[in-house]
Design a protein around this ligand. Sequence first.
Ligand code: KG4
Ligand code: ZN
Length: 381
Amino acid sequence: MKILAIETSCDDTGISVLEVFGKDKFKVLSNIVSSQIEIHKKYGGVFPTMAKREHQKNSVPVLKEALSEAGLLSSVKTQNKINLEKLEKILEKEPELLKKVVVFLKKYKKPEVDFIAVTNGPGLEPCLWVGVNFARALSYIWNIPIIPVNHIESHILVNCFKNKNILLPALALVVSGGHTQLILIKKIGSYKIIGETRDDAAGECFDKAAKILKLDYPGGPVISKLAEKSLADSMSQFLPRPMINTKDYDFSFSGLKTAILYHHQKQKKSIQKNKQYIADMCAEIQQSIVDVLIKKTIQAGKDYNIKTIILGGGVSANHELKTQLFIKIKQEMPNVDFLFPENDLSTDNGLMVAISGFYNKKNTVAWKLIQADGNLRIGKK
Ligand code: KG4
Ligand code: ZN
């Protein structure tokens, strides 16, 4: 069985082809990601209308590369006939994509894939629609069923790439640019959000902090790299750890962002540019976020007697978060398994959509029925 997967929920256009042998043996045929970082850098964050335009530009080239690498791209001798009117209707909000899709569909054979999996939420809605409408167009022309995929679930299930037998119940900490959620997993497909951020997401806090310090976007990787140069004493906590002692599993990072801003504004101009000061700031920002994430995760893990802790989302690429959480789990819950993705599978990509599609292959929908939903929620609170 082969799954073609499309991810456009934020600023990465990701397309992957996954082959599944037997019950659940995965072989990645391709996993191509086209990042828009260079474009959004100027704004210090993702600019949704520009991101939508970029997805329209990139989707067909990324698809071609993904199919070609998978050995599934072959051109036809005489051009395919397609129902242009119908395609125009499906892609009426994506005119740039339409042009490229028409050329592509006329030129290439239907690839041997069984399903098209696509992220339909949560995320930036204009961006989600590009992927969803692209999937609808391909599904209509090729007559291949669509599997809608929840972005948060795919950040969790990407961990099944290496670990098929997750001991349950499990607890997932999904930390990305748009989400910070603690999710209880009774079985794959059955989720309950037990805590989440009340304002900014952890990744958003990294990104906004970087902007305050005049560092590049995305802030997470930049801050964690600069933090390595810090000489600050780990005991000198000058930033708050918001909500660290509350009994719930919720988070709040917007106050931390404000505290970072005030602390920075209080420094003299010469200090603000000092490399050592920046490195120490970065270390403290990272540590305050990591401290809160770890405290709440361990607390929830103990309260719910869970057997596995799963990390996912862009912030799960953070080395300190992974190492410190690993150490804490070993100290306080030695029998609990800890799963986290490889760095390139932490941030948005097509393979996580394909894997999630595989576990949801019974939930196919007709191309006419799939909708994008920027606020789609995993399970129910
Ligand atoms: O999951 P993702 O690729 O996109 C969303 O679904 O939002 O996550 C992107 C977020 C950004 O906020 C970025 O700053 C953060 O992940 N991030 C990191 C690291 N790498 C990416 N945060 C901390 N440390 C990192 N190494
Ligand atoms: Zn994501």
